[in-house]
Ligand binder design. Structure first.
Ligand SMILES: [Zn+2]
Length: 121
């Protein structure tokens, strides 16, 4: 880990510069965990929904045509990752996208990859 990495072969102009900037394994693992979490069609749909409205479990479940229990499981994982946040109002808990750069990027990536227009634009 310490010291400068020296490549055994020289092929390109920018190799040294690129190697010097190579993200560390720990940071990449964290990003990989985030990708793992959204590498699920249902969770992508839930995240996309919560990018645009704050919703309770019942409404998310209705939109996904799933049970509250199944949706709760996905919401728990997404919340644990910090991608979404929740707030309690009386008996109801409402979920929405977290106000972070990472969450905003996920919002953008979903729409770019699906080629859907953001309904809030
Ligand atoms: Zn959008």
């Amino acid at each position: 880990m310490d010291g400068k990495i020296v490549l055994p072969h020289k092929h390109g102009e920018n190799e040294e510069k690129v190697i010097a900037s190579l993200p560390d394994a720990e940071s990449c693992s964290q990003v990989a965990e985030a990708f793992k979490l959204i590498s699920d069609g249902t969770r992508l749909r839930i995240v996309w929904l919560l990018c645009h409205c704050e919703e309770c479990v019942g409404n998310v479940a209705a939109a996904m045509e799933m049970t509250d229990q199944a949706v709760s499981h996905h919401l728990r994982l997404l919340k644990k990752s910090g991608l979404i946040v929740s707030r309690r109002d009386g008996k109801e808990i409402y979920y929405k996208l977290a106000d972070t750069r990472q969450a905003a990027l996920v919002h953008l990536v979903i729409e770019e990859m699906l080629e859907v227009v953001c309904p809030l634009d």
